[in-house]
Design a protein. Structure first.
Length: 253
């Protein structure tokens, strides 16, 4: 199997790799010397960086600049198409989930067929340049939960990501962080831009989105991620994403 390190000496602005991973596969924390576009052709991934926790459903991709440490977890069997991109002017400098248009998807799949040392001055090079242009002006998707840098708050967020149904009180979480309630609430908002309740709901909705992409039923998801009823879940989902969960995946399939 070809790995990214095998491509380190290829003198081209973009390298490509195609991989298939089983459900629950975890690629431990690591980083790359090049920027990376990680595209979920099929399946659902989650990616955690120091700055945020991301969900990548099918037909989405995550852009990560060079040197960003991250851990990837496959929530289902995943077909991954990865582009390793040489840093350049105009490319995003932050991690983000992007919508993969029909054109970008076709370009990525075509790039997978190019030889390792493709003709950078001919048709192959024009395909690669179109991909780079598409990355430089992406349509972003709000599928990330910001992570705090305060080491006292980080375990709280990690615990909620692992189990979004947890309903511990603010006092419970403040005690876990060895902070007063007032300091905890102020610090949490300063670090994440949200209150704990807002952040927890966002994480629940991202977990729900991941489960939707895996084919689970709305009613099951609603209770599994901690909502009291399917209607309450549907209302929260529609406020966040603009459409009910039943339509969200259909519009992006």
């Amino acid at each position: 199997m070809l790995h990214s390190q095998d491509l380190a000496q290829v003198p081209r602005p973009v390298w490509t790799l195609a991989d298939e991973y089983p459900a629950r596969f975890v690629d431990p924390r690591h980083c790359h010397d090049r920027a990376q576009l990680l595209y979920a052709a099929q399946g659902v991934m989650s990616v955690v960086t120091d700055a945020a926790s991301f969900v990548i459903p099918p037909q989405r991709a995550i852009w990560m600049p060079a040197g960003v440490y991250h851990e990837v977890t496959c929530r289902s069997a995943v077909s991954v198409r990865t582009l390793y991109v040489e840093s350049g002017a105009g490319l995003p400098t932050d991690c983000r989930v992007i919508e993969v248009s029909t054109l970008l998807r076709a370009l990525i799949l075509e790039a997978m067929t190019l030889p390792r040392e493709y003709d950078a001055a001919g048709r192959d090079g024009r395909i690669v340049q179109l991909i780079i242009d598409s990355i430089a002006t992406p349509a972003s998707a709000s599928l990330a939960a910001p992570m705090p840098r305060d080491k006292r708050l980080l375990p709280v967020c990690q615990a909620l990501i692992e189990d979004p149904t947890r309903a511990d009180s603010i006092d419970d979480w403040a005690a876990r962080a060895c902070m007063s309630r007032r300091t905890f609430t102020r610090s949490f908002r300063d670090e994440t831009g949200m209150s704990l309740a807002e952040w927890r709901q966002h994480v629940r909705l991202l977990e729900a989105l991941s489960r939707l992409a895996c084919g689970q039923q709305v009613t099951t998801i609603a209770f599994d991620v901690g909502y009291e009823s399917p209607s309450a879940f549907t209302a929260a989902f529609q406020r966040a994403f603009g459409v009910p969960p039943s339509r969200y995946m259909a519009q992006r399939s």
